[in-house]
Design a binder for this molecule. Structure first.
Ligand SMILES: [Mg+2]
Length: 378
């Protein structure tokens, strides 16, 4: 059987033509750390971490010796070896994003070695197409933000999206006006979600909730600090809008804390940060015991997106019923050359869904020329 022979990191970056912001800071470039794990027969798998790329790269270099020489089919054992080494220093946080990147590359590699798509390895396909929603509607420095948001939202509907998510977090009055404008623009039949990226205190989040309840909001994401479990729970008790969160949470123990607090209706682990596909499966099982939905956070290249597709293709949705609820994957539509040019295929929604790759592994590859072109030189 092949052994793991090489682990390489690639930090890639691209400056954006038009910076955009959300409640916390402004983006003027996109930067990610990818990892390629190669077996001694030359077969390789790609992975990606979500978070500060330079730190993720260091973390991968720290964890790599634990995986080198290992059996690429024994992902669980390799995962545990890395996790044991991380636990003393980083029960939560970015070292788990490094671990996630390696874990994802191992799943891709295992799929290629066994000539099997990852969704089959994860338990088998339950759906060949995954429902997606457009993430966009960020802030910018232009005047007439509200008009631009309304126009942008209509554009997503024109591209076939049946659900869109917008940013809030500029203040209650401005947020409420923006949400109303977007709802009017897209009409009553497109789902609309809002995300404050933990911009508010509980009383502010409550006030915003009351203002936007008439606009049929499918969820309010990260309303308060990810550390304010009690605030989440209280908001959830008082709000008619479902509460979502978890993109800043790590590992099954982090989600255990979130679920034990009855904090969310919808959990949003980032598979490229929470512990990879291995841990995401455990988080999904735990969520099931708390009757919480799983809607992964996804913000990266085509690798991260494909990971979400395979995961949701195989995930179990409860409760069962004739017209089952379909899980949702986040599809970032902001300017991102790394997503659009670095990886193939370029995913496109059709009737609000994206087909799950049916090739061995994740079914995604990295363009070698672009990888060189986008590389951050040491
Ligand atoms: Mg979010």
């Amino acid at each position: 059987m092949p052994r793991i022979a090489r682990i390489e990191t690639f930090v890639v970056t691209q400056r954006l033509q038009k910076p955009f912001s959300y409640s916390q800071w402004e983006y003027d470039r996109r930067t990610v750390c990818l990892v390629r794990v190669t077996a001694d027969d030359g077969t390789y798998g790609w992975g990606e971490g979500y978070g500060p790329a330079a730190v993720i790269k260091s973390g991968i270099e720290f964890l790599a010796p634990l995986v080198m020489g290992g059996d690429p089919l024994a992902i669980g054992a390799l995962w545990q070896a890395m996790h044991v080494r991380a636990t003393d220093f980083a029960r939560r946080g970015v070292l788990l994003a490094s671990l996630s990147a390696i874990d994802i590359a191992l799943w891709d590699l295992k799929g290629k070695l066994l000539r099997t798509p990852v969704h089959v390895l994860l338990g088998g396909q339950r759906r060949a197409r995954v429902q997606v929603y457009a993430t966009g509607l960020y802030f910018d420095r232009e005047p007439n933000l509200r008009e631009r948001l309304a126009r942008e939202a209509v554009g997503y509907v024109g591209q076939g999206f049946r659900a869109v998510k917008m940013k809030v977090g500029l203040g209650i009055e401005e947020d409420a006006g923006n949400v109303e404008a977007v709802r009017r623009a897209i009409g009553p039949h497109v789902r609309l979600m809002v995300d404050s990226n933990h911009a508010y205190l509980l009383h502010e989040a409550l006030a915003l909730t009351q203002r936007i309840e008439p606009f049929d909001i499918s969820w309010f994401e990260e309303p308060v600090s990810p550390d304010d479990y009690a605030g989440y729970a209280e908001l959830r008790r008082q709000s008619k809008i479902p509460i979502a969160g978890g993109e800043c949470e790590y590992g099954v123990h982090g989600f255990h804390q979130l679920f034990s607090a009855a904090a969310v209706d919808i959990a949003q682990p980032d598979i490229c940060a929470c512990g990879g596909l291995t841990e995401a499966q455990r988080i999904a099982a735990l969520a099931r015991t708390h009757f919480v939905e799983i809607t992964p956070h996804c913000w990266g290249t085509g690798i991260a997106f494909a990971v979400g597709l395979h995961f949701l293709s195989s995930v179990d949705v409860q409760p069962g019923r004739l017209r089952a609820r379909e899980p949702f994957l986040e599809m970032d539509r902001t300017e991102n050359p790394l997503r659009d040019l670095l990886t193939t295929p370029r995913f496109q929604p059709v009737d609000g869904c994206v087909a799950v790759p049916d090739l061995p592994g994740l079914g995604v590859d990295v363009d070698a020329k672009r990888l060189e072109e986008f590389a951050v030189l040491p």
